[in-house]
Design a protein around this ligand. Structure first.
Ligand code: SF4
Ligand code: SF4
Ligand code: FES
Length: 550
């Protein structure tokens, strides 16, 4: 609910009490050019790129400034007056306020002057700059300046390619001193490791004495830098951004489920970086370094082909072998163990849990997951799995007992409780070697896994599943929020969506689910299941799943 309305170039824009003009414009999709302002940080108003004209209320005079302007006829400066412009990032909205942004000549002149000033000492080395193609200096020069450089003297030189830490390299000559990097460290990472030294055109960004840029959010400095002054050592010189496309994803690094763009080159199906995707309900504008650097999981350590007895196989043969190995499963459902995965989507887990419930009548559910790790009280939580909550919801939805840990599976297997195991996922949080040895003796063990982890290695037959970015899916984060991801990359090798492999395996065992598209799984997730009661979170999970493109 808005607290009032302002007009920007005649267009009505709602605002909330306390909001600045630039923030209200940003929310309404109107761009007021800016460098130092960022929606997630404080506003120092030091770049002056966002200057706008505020029209006075009726009956009040315009605020004017006394200035000197060049009079070519007199060949001298003469006193004159000009409209006082206001930084939109500092000006609070007031009901009925009228703002001129793109319709004021004074504003246009000011933007051009600021742009020219910022480029006076800039090296303009765009052809070798990683920011080229997504640089505010380039974009605003085209939009608001377009004049050739008038200063032909030697520019001020500053540190080049200075290593700030393992992830970040600084180029002082490209820096426009917006201080976003300083503020993101102070206000988001709560680690004021960066500061500015010197004044005027000599100033530069420096590290605190004796420090490196080494906190969990170091890559956010590169993310907020509007120019190419801070570059990521991981992305530096790897790709030109105009060749990249972006897919909607969710970080798999922990149960926070930060929203992300996965940038990839469609020409070689390769991911190049993650960027935070704004979501106030989850990650605001940020991601941690661990998450930012987890995009190579799309291709590293993958299981891209089927394995039978540890040897390469083709998928159809592996499924035929699985049918043979599991042929006695119907004799006693109590001797079947089903392992869900906190790493896989709700769709994959639902398919396996559904087959367990409806066809196999297996009630012993376990959950495979990555071991807990560090939490930082900012975004990162100890649970390093993207969908633990989804697995719990699915079991409840199907009226199954809450899945137990893989350590419990190992214990039960050691007591000879199971003949058959069907698992989803790659990692386990217990003793992987013990799991391999205790499960080696079962009659049939089929694993569906995206990565070559302990489960795929322990199984007699491993089927290659698509990674999170190779198929659309739904994940429920630690707060119980169901979030969907799109298929961004083509699946590698023989990988198929996990739910499809479950359907194929079930068909081989004589159970036809009739699910052909992801939408069929989504429909099953929201529909009635024989013998199941509606569980906690069912609606959000199913609704999110139904939203995703097939
Ligand atoms: S390094 Fe980038 S973010 Fe930091 S002050 Fe310079 S331009 Fe701004
Ligand atoms: S906090 Fe968790 S979900 Fe967010 S970026 Fe980091 S690892 Fe990924
Ligand atoms: S955005 Fe820099 S002064 Fe307003």
């Amino acid at each position: 609910m808005a607290d009032g309305t302002i007009k920007i170039d005649g267009r009505s824009v709602p605002f909330k009490k306390g909001e600045t003009v630039i923030h209200a414009a940003y929310k309404a999709g109107i761009e007021i050019p800016h460098y130092c302002w960022h929606p997630g940080l404080s506003a120092p108003a030091n770049c002056r790129m966002c200057l706008v004209e505020i029209e006075p209320p009726p009956g009040r005079p315009k605020m004017m400034l006394d200035v000197l302007s060049w009079d070519a006829a007199k060949n001298d400066y003469v006193p004159t007056k000009k409209t006082k412009l206001i930084p939109a990032c500092q000006q609070a909205c007031a009901d009925g306020m009228s703002v001129l942004s793109d319709t004021s000549q004074e504003v246009a002149d000011a933007r051009q002057a600021v742009q020219e000033l910022l480029l006076l000492n800039h090296p303009v080395d765009c052809p070798i700059c990683d920011q080229a193609g997504e640089c505010s200096l380039q974009d605003y020069w085209l939009e608001h300046d377009r004049t050739p450089k008038r200063m032909h003297g030697e520019p001020v030189h500053k540190p080049k390619a200075e290593v700030f830490g393992e992830t970040i390299v600084y180029d002082g000559e490209r820096c426009i001193m917006c201080t976003r990097c300083i503020r993101v460290m102070k206000e988001v990472a709560h680690d004021p490791v960066l500061d500015m030294r010197q004044r005027g055109n000599r100033n530069e960004i420096v590290l605190a004495p004796g420090r490196e840029l080494d906190n969990n959010y170091s890559l956010m400095t590169e993310h907020v830098c509007p120019v190419g002054a801070l570059t990521s050592s991981h992305f530096r010189f790897k790709a030109r951004v105009w060749f990249l496309r972006s897919g909607r994803s969710v970080c798999q690094g922990c149960a926070t489920g930060c929203n992300a763009w996965l940038d990839f080159d469609p020409r070689d199906n390769t991911p190049y970086r993650y960027r935070p995707r704004d979501n106030e309900a989850v990650n605001g504008h940020w991601m941690c370094d661990q998450g930012m650097l987890s995009y190579p999981d799309a291709h590293e350590g993958r299981l891209v082909g089927a394995l039978v007895g540890g040897e390469d196989s083709v998928l159809v043969d592996a499924i035929a072998q699985a049918k043979k190995q599991l042929k006695g499963h119907a004799a006693d459902p109590k001797r079947i163990a089903i392992v869900l995965s906190a790493e896989h989507s709700c769709e994959d887990n639902f398919a396996l849990a559904y087959v367990a419930k409806v066809y196999l009548r297996a009630a012993d559910l376990f959950v495979a997951k990555k071991p807990d790790g560090a939490a930082d009280g900012i975004l990162m939580v100890a649970d390093k799995n993207p969908n633990g909550a989804g697995v719990t919801q699915i079991a409840a939805r199907l009226g199954l007992a809450a899945p137990r840990s893989t350590a419990a599976l190992v214990e039960a297997a050691a007591a000879g409780k199971y003949d058959y195991v069907v698992s989803l996922g790659s990692q386990v949080d217990g003793d992987a070697e013990k799991l391999k040895s205790e499960l080696a003796g079962v009659k049939g063990f089929v694993a569906i896994a995206a990565h070559d982890g302990p489960l795929a290695q322990a199984a007699h037959i491993a089927l290659p599943a698509a990674a999170w970015c190779e198929t659309a899916g739904t994940y429920v984060n630690a707060k119980g929020l169901a979030q969907s991801v799109d298929k961004v990359l083509a699946p590698r090798g023989d990988a198929h969506p996990g739910w499809q492999l479950v359907v194929s395996l079930a068909r081989a065992l004589g159970y036809d689910l009739g699910w052909k598209r992801r939408a069929d799984v989504a429909a099953a997730m929201s529909g009635p299941v024989e013998g199941a009661e509606a569980g906690h979170g069912e609606t959000a999970m199913a609704a999110a799943a139904a939203e995703v493109q097939p």
